[in-house]
Design a protein around this ligand. Structure first.
Ligand code: PLP
Length: 446
């Protein structure tokens, strides 16, 4: 069932096949270089690309642009308290700003930080603070197809291995990312959240949640975990976060806005320290690098994110797309997560060796076939890491409808049909930092 109708529309356009071919060549076979006007359906990311509600647009008109003491900040504080149950809030320009502010406050050179799986910017900010980020995903997290309902969980035993290796004094922070973005957007169970909070308490670490997709995670708990089927999404969301000491949030995900983020916490002392660092990097602590109107939209978005209608249609759409692909017997990661469908590029192109980037070849062919833009998360984006060769199709929130989903599925099927004739790619030029290569490197067909 759909929970929305459109009030404002944006033209989209599918350029001719010839133009798509030319665009790919001009972009150096890197879809980050494509002009968005020539992308028909854009699944590059779900970050900041969603559609705001009429209530959010109305709230923007109430933005208080005062430098200090803005009433928009008070509204955000109330929303975070009501929806997430945390008293103190430090707004930031987006999620990585929140990571800089919090991890820069909590970490020192030589520290070690376990997480179910660190998101890229999290790992980078922990490294930037001189600390080491260690992943503790459950085994089977990256199994391409299984029935396991909570593949995003944190493996507590691996957490204890980290304690054994480094000693608890080296671990001031334990992080849990819900949903687990880097593990195909897989959910974390309430039982696991409790277990991680106990683990963090036992070693006297601050328990931080990366809460970017806390509402999507709550929906999976409601649908899949015993004893939660009769709980509201709002109640489950509050319970999830009740175990954490602090959280980092990208408003571009489950606060349903185009820009924004924040740190929230319970401890007055931690708040004071993060607030000071935020003044240095983000702006005064009642605006944090955002316009008052953006803060209003984020406060309203948080409240909408925990309604049943919203989250059911949101995650339902992702499951629907995965279902269309699975019904056509296409190689897809199952069960699908909360924000994206992942394709197994090696299942498309077993004849293309990893050195010739089968995932990136698939991304290019999806654009050539149907003007669909996805993103590679395999040998091209993460060289030398042994990750599975995945292509992510991330759905923006409240943006596309069933017709778009059908076009996406037809496009993927079209590439699969001519899979034997697709060749690999080689790099022509790349930036100095290997970690950032997929954003700007240029390639050509082998
Ligand atoms: C997007 C994201 C971030 C970073 O947020 P930005 O708003 O992109 O800076 C951090 N953690 C997770 C899990 C994310 O998905």
């Amino acid at each position: 069932m759909t929970a929305y109708k459109s009030k404002m529309v944006e033209r989209i356009h599918l350029p001719s096949r010839e133009v798509r071919d030319e665009n790919l060549e001009a972009a150096g076979y890197n879809v980050f270089n494509l002009p968005s006007k020539d992308v028909y359906i854009d699944l590059l990311t779900d970050s900041g690309t969603g559609t705001m509600s009429a209530e959010q647009w109305a709230a923007m008109m109430l933005g208080d642009e005062a430098y200090a003491g803005s009433s928009s900040f008070e509204n955000l504080k109330d929303a975070v308290s009501d929806v997430m149950g945390m008293e103190y809030v430090v707004p930031t320009h987006q999620g990585r700003g929140a990571e800089n502010v919090l991890y820069g406050t909590l970490l020192e050179e030589g520290d070690v930080v376990p997480n179910n799986t660190h998101f890229d910017t999290t790992r980078a900010h922990i490294a930037n603070a001189g600390a080491e980020a260690v992943d503790c995903p459950v085994s089977g997290a990256m199994e391409m197809q299984s029935d396991e309902p909570f593949k995003g969980n944190f493996d507590i035993e691996k957490g204890w291995d980290v304690v054994e290796e480094h000693g608890e004094d080296a671990i001031p922070v334990v992080v849990l990312t819900i949903t687990n973005n880097s593990t195909a957007g897989q959910p974390v169970s309430m039982a696991n959240i409790r277990a991680v909070s106990e683990f963090a308490a036992e070693i006297d670490a601050t328990f931080v949640m990366d809460a970017c997709r806390f509402a999507e995670n709550a929906y999976f708990i409601q649908q899949r975990e015993e004893d939660y089927e009769h709980h509201s999404i709002a109640d489950i969301a509050r319970e999830e976060l009740s175990y954490a000491d602090a959280l980092v949030m990208s408003g571009k995900k489950d606060a349903l806005v185009n820009i924004g983020g924040f740190v929230a916490c319970r401890d007055a002392d931690l708040f004071e320290h993060t607030r000071q660092r935020a003044i240095l990097y983000e702006g005064f602590s009642t605006y944090g690098g955002l316009a008052g109107r953006d803060i209003e939209a984020m406060a309203q978005g948080l409240r909408e994110a925990v309604t049943q209608e919203y989250v059911e249609s949101r995650v339902g759409q992702v499951q629907e797309l995965a279902g269309l692909l699975d019904d056509a017997n296409l190689p897809v990661y199952l069960p699908a997560g909360g924000h994206a469908v992942y394709l197994d590029a090696e299942g498309f192109f077993p004849h293309i060796p990893l050195e010739e980037f089968p995932g990136q070849a698939l991304v290019c062919e999806l654009y050539r076939e149907g003007g669909v833009r996805g993103v590679e998360l395999g040998s091209f984006a993460f060289p030398g890491t042994n990750r599975p060769e995945l292509v992510r199709l991330a759905l923006p929130r409240r943006t596309y409808n069933r017709e778009h989903l059908e076009h996406i599925a037809e496009t993927v099927a079209g590439v699969y049909e001519r899979r034997d004739s697709v060749s690999g790619l080689e790099i022509v030029s790349e930036p100095p930092m290997k970690e950032l290569r997929h954003f700007s490197a240029e390639l050509r067909p082998v």
